[in-house]
Design a protein around this ligand. Structure first.
Ligand code: NG1
Ligand code: MG
Length: 387
């Protein structure tokens, strides 16, 4: 892959100079949904697919970016001192945003650079291609400019770029997972303290299967922000009766005692999901440690039910895919993954049943929704790095 991309780089930007190569994965969340911005835990893993960057420093101040995934856009050029959002630059705003936030943080990016990017994450599948581009840019800047920055700060600055430069108010899970990923492990992220611990994923004859609903997530931003405000309101009312920083600070028992403080019934349901999902995530990791994969799968199923009934972020397409999965032999667990309202599901399926699963679930889904789902059996890979 690297050699192929280097020759592509030379075709676009010419030969000579010192080339360096970098990679950042995509990610999928196994459990712990809508917990990141509530100060709870998430349990994602990095994928073996992701974004590659080949880069060469320049002697002037020009940045030139080229993506093999958007060849019709061509080379996007700008000056390193003029980092402003430009609608027509499309995907290139992600690396540009990271450069801007790095500079604001006081990091010295004092020359231009030529960069060729290529991503092999399935398109629009909710596997965090944007955070992958942000992190590959972060690692590239650190290495090329010999910057004094650690991985946790790269994660935070990448999220800041997405929040402030792109204008998407995401939590920190995507960037965190992509920064910290480890092959054959999922990572338990404490999204409040930014602590993390690894758990080996040994599925003993089962695989991780992602299914894309191919339902466009139309109102995603407004619904996502609505959930954030509902949780915020619930938190503020709870703060009148208990000292906490976030919903992630509450145990299920404590929440049950205090929940009457939340006067709006909808807000109470949202907070309930956040608190129970956080507890489920911690319990799920314990079960995995004890080799209880069936028990892990049951918590994935409960997570989906909570996202459907209390958080209300699933919708017909995701529910149809997950219910179809639950009806199949050899399915250990299945749930929506990511923000919801469309996007993907994640299932753990016994190896010998995978083909049958894809065929049957695909068929049921097509009959009920008239949409075609895409399926990916995924491998867990390492986090963002120089290659
Ligand atoms: P997706 O939709 O998978 O990118 C979003 C947020 C995450 C997290 C999850 C819900 C963005 C870019 N990311 O994930 O931070 O809050 O929803 O767990 O919006
Ligand atoms: Mg995104």
């Amino acid at each position: 892959m690297k050699e192929k991309l280097i020759s592509q780089f030379e075709k676009v930007f010419g030969v000579g100079g010192e080339l360096e190569a970098f990679f950042a994965p995509g990610r999928v969340n196994l459990i712990g949904e809508h917990t990141d911005y509530n100060g709870g835990h998430a349990f994602p893993c990095a994928l073996s697919v992701g974004t590659y960057a080949i880069a060469r420093k320049r002697t002037d101040k020009n940045i030139q970016l080229y993506s093999l995934n958007f060849e019709e856009i061509g080379i996007v050029s700008f000056n390193v001192e003029e980092l402003v959002y430009v609608e027509e630059h499309d995907w290139a705003n992600y690396p540009k945003g990271v450069m801007k936030i790095f500079k604001e943080f006081g990091l010295n990016i004092d020359s231009g650079v030529d960069v060729l990017l290529f991503g092999n994450i399935p398109n629009g599948a909710g596997l965090s291609s944007s955070a992958s581009v942000e992190l590959v840019t972060s690692v590239m800047l650190k290495e090329l400019f010999d910057l004094d920055i650690n991985i946790v700060d790269m994660v935070k600055l990448s999220q800041k770029a997405e929040n402030e430069f792109i204008g998407v108010s995401c939590g920190i899970m995507d960037q965190f997972a992509i920064g910290m990923g480890k092959v054959d492990h999922a990572v338990l992220l404490d999204c409040q303290k930014l602590d993390y611990t690894y758990s080996p994923i040994k599925l003993d004859g089962a695989s991780l299967v992602i299914a894309n609903t191919n339902k466009r997530r139309g109102l995603l931003d407004s619904k996502y922000n609505e959930r954030r405000s509902e949780c915020e309101r619930a938190l503020n009312q709870l703060k009148e009766v208990v000292v906490i920083d976030s919903l992630g600070d509450l145990t299920v028992e404590k929440f049950e005692q205090l929940k009457v403080a939340i006067t709006n019934e909808i807000d109470r349901k949202r907070a309930k999901h956040a608190v129970y999902e956080n507890a489920r995530t911690i319990e799920a990791v314990e079960r995995l440690k004890n080799g209880n994969i069936q028990g892990f799968g049951e918590l994935m199923n409960q997570s989906h039910i909570s996202l459907r009934d209390d958080y209300e972020v699933t919708g017909f397409e995701l529910d149809t895919l997950v219910e179809a999965a639950w009806s199949q032999n050899g399915v250990i667990g299945s749930r929506m993954t990511g923000a919801g309202f469309g996007g993907c599901t994640i299932s753990i399926v016994e190896d010998e049943k995978v083909d049958e699963f894809i065929e049957n679930v695909g068929k049921i889904y097509k009959e009920k929704t008239n949409l075609t789902a895409d399926f990916y059996v995924v491998q867990i890979g390492d986090g963002a790095r120089k290659i």
